[in-house]
Design a protein around this ligand. Structure first.
Ligand SMILES: Nc1ncnc2c1ncn2[C@@H]1O[C@H](COP(=O)(O)OP(=O)(O)OP(=O)(O)O)[C@@H](O)[C@H]1O
Ligand SMILES: [Mg+2]
Length: 526
């Protein structure tokens, strides 16, 4: 927003121009208001910027000077002081360029007084005055709107993203000159186009019908998709774990508009939104390499950027070869998988990013991969196997709700020529089960969109067990040593299995199948 307030005063007999423009900066996904104040006097060339500006902001002087020169304003003829308020908030990036240029124009008397009041201005300047797109336009405009700002000027390259913001007059400009013409009434900036949101359904790579056999793993994939439960697949090489995981998006429901906005905001901060589309219209599928760092996986950096777990928000985070990931990176995943958001603490600020992906992990049962294989011998020593299992076990695995064994695929299944059930049929059941969950939320019975995040208190209401189901789970707790966390997870998964059958009650067979999903990990009850 810009509230230009040219004031005529004098300092040492020289006319003093004061003007301000308002922009914003992001801390995580949170937009903070930045007030850019410029004070100019005619006199020996001088430029000073105060207000905790990072290098890219300080360099704005060079870009702004060149862009203004194109308009015939030479800032070297002035002594200029810039203040970026609030002073205790670090400002980074080049998105403040446009506000700085406009405030300078206001201060030297080139813009009418108050012309930008109530408008947020964002954009990076090229030396020739072209406006370059910036990161994080969507969360910045939403933040401004929440502060009561009702108009904005943004770079044309961010137009599609800006068009997503409702209740705000968003104008797009290609150059600083265009902005000036608009503000002085010589021209009119185009409004950012509002394109109707259409979820992209064409981008799933492949179809589940490609998968032969693997009935249990396919069923686990369907349950995971229906309730957004995290899934671990364990099996020897070549059984189809990677294949199955990559097909998961083909059975997930299309992205809702609200989810698309949330996901777009995160991708926008990371600079990953396609400029022409402006919106993420397909559920993200992120498959980071196992060499990914802790910051790469959960987010980090001096000016915090989202990590893979947040970029996969509302989509899938696939951790292939889970045992090969750095221990520190996997440990860092524990908090987001519990809280569904990541907190990145820095000296002056704390940044939050949402992180609610469906996590799917794939792993071999031992280093050579053939432990428990029906036809091949495992070459690993018990000690090696033990240290491998120790690397895998623990709280992270406990957070993966369903564990499924992916055995070697039978030759007969591969050669039978009978294709598996297509993704479209499975997806229809997943969509129906998710509709049941949404209806429960709309009736006020739950607060969560999917069963994977139901609280223990909510489960008491929505997953009340019948007598046989109750006995079964009691036996599992007593005989198999299910932990309290595992008990809650079994109930959540059982609720999803019941939803797939549209069964209001959670019955014994649902519980039995859910318990199975916690046990196949080398017979270990999580
Ligand atoms: N059940 C299956 N149906 C059809 N093709 C399969 C199946 N399983 C594996 N394949 C074929 O084998 C290839 C290798 O499978 P995939 O990479 O998914 O195995 P994996 O379990 O991930 O092995 P690894 O443990 O070595 O990573 C697949 O690309 C696919 O062509
Ligand atoms: Mg694999």
């Amino acid at each position: 927003m810009v509230a230009t307030a040219n004031t005529s005063a004098t300092i040492c007999g020289k006319p003093l121009g004061l003007a301000s423009a308002e922009a914003s900066t992001l801390v995580g996904l949170e937009a903070h208001r930045i007030h850019v104040e410029v004070c100019c006097t005619r006199g020996p060339s001088f430029f000073q910027m105060v207000g905790l500006a990072e290098a890219a902001v300080r360099e704005a002087r060079v870009r702004v000077a060149s862009a203004l020169a194109r308009l015939g304003v030479l800032i070297d003829e002035y002594a200029i002081t810039v203040n970026l308020a609030p002073a205790d908030l670090r400002k980074s990036g080049a998105a403040l360029d446009l506000a700085l240029a406009l405030a300078t124009l206001g201060a030297v008397g080139e813009l009418p007084e108050g012309v930008l009041a109530g408008t947020v201005v964002l954009g990076e300047l090229a030396l020739d005055g072209t406006l370059r797109p910036i990161r994080g336009v969507l969360p910045q405009l939403e933040g401004a709107r929440a502060r009561g700002i009702c108009s904005a000027i943004i770079p044309a390259g961010n137009g599609a993203e800006g068009g997503l913001v409702e209740g705000m007059d968003v104008r797009v400009a290609a150059t600083l000159g265009e902005v000036c013409e608009h503000l002085t009434g010589k021209g009119r900036l185009r409004a950012a186009e509002r394109t109707p949101f259409v979820p992209d359904e064409s981008s799933a790579l492949g179809d589940l019908s490609e998968v032969r056999g693997q009935t249990t793993a396919r069923r686990a994939l369907e349950i995971a998709a229906a309730g957004n439960h995290n899934l671990l697949m364990i099996g020897p090489p070549g059984g189809g774990k990677t294949l199955l995981a990559r097909l998961l998006p083909s059975i997930l429901p299309p992205l809702h508009f609200d989810e698309a906005i949330e996901t777009t905001a995160i991708h926008s901060v990371a600079g990953l939104v396609e400029p022409e589309k402006g919106v993420v219209s397909v559920r993200p599928f992120r498959a980071p390499h196992h060499s990914v760092s802790e910051a790469g996986l959960v987010g980090g950096g001096d000016m915090p950027r989202p990590g893979e777990v947040s970029l996969a928000h509302n989509g899938v985070l696939f951790l292939d070869e889970l045992a090969e990931f750095r221990r520190g990176a996997l440990e860092a995943l524990r908090q987001p998988l519990e809280d569904w958001r990541v907190c990145i603490a820095r000296a002056r600020a704390r940044a939050w990013f949402p992180a609610r992906p469906l996590v799917i992990g794939a792993v071999n049962p031992c280093p050579c991969g053939y432990h428990g294989h029906p036809r091949r011998n495992c070459r690993c020593s018990p000690r090696l196997r033990h240290s491998y299992e120790a690397r895998l076990s623990g709280p992270l695995l406990d957070r993966l709700d369903v564990h499924v064994s992916v055995p070697p695929v039978e030759v007969s299944a591969l050669t039978s020529g009978t294709p598996g059930e297509p993704s479209s049929a499975v997806r229809a059941r997943v969509i129906a089960a998710r509709a049941v969950q949404r209806a429960r939320r709309e009736r006020g019975e739950t607060t969560t969109v999917t069963n994977s995040t139901l609280s223990a208190a909510e489960l008491e209401h929505v997953a009340r067990l019948d007598r046989d189901g109750g006995r079964l789970i009691e036996a599992a707790i007593a005989g198999l040593g299910l932990s309290a966390r595992a008990f809650v997870k079994v109930l959540r998964v059982a609720r999803t299995i019941a939803d797939l059958e549209n069964s209001p009650r959670v019955r014994a067979p649902h519980v039995a199948e859910a318990i199975q999903g916690r046990l196949i990990d080398r017979g270990r009850a999580a």
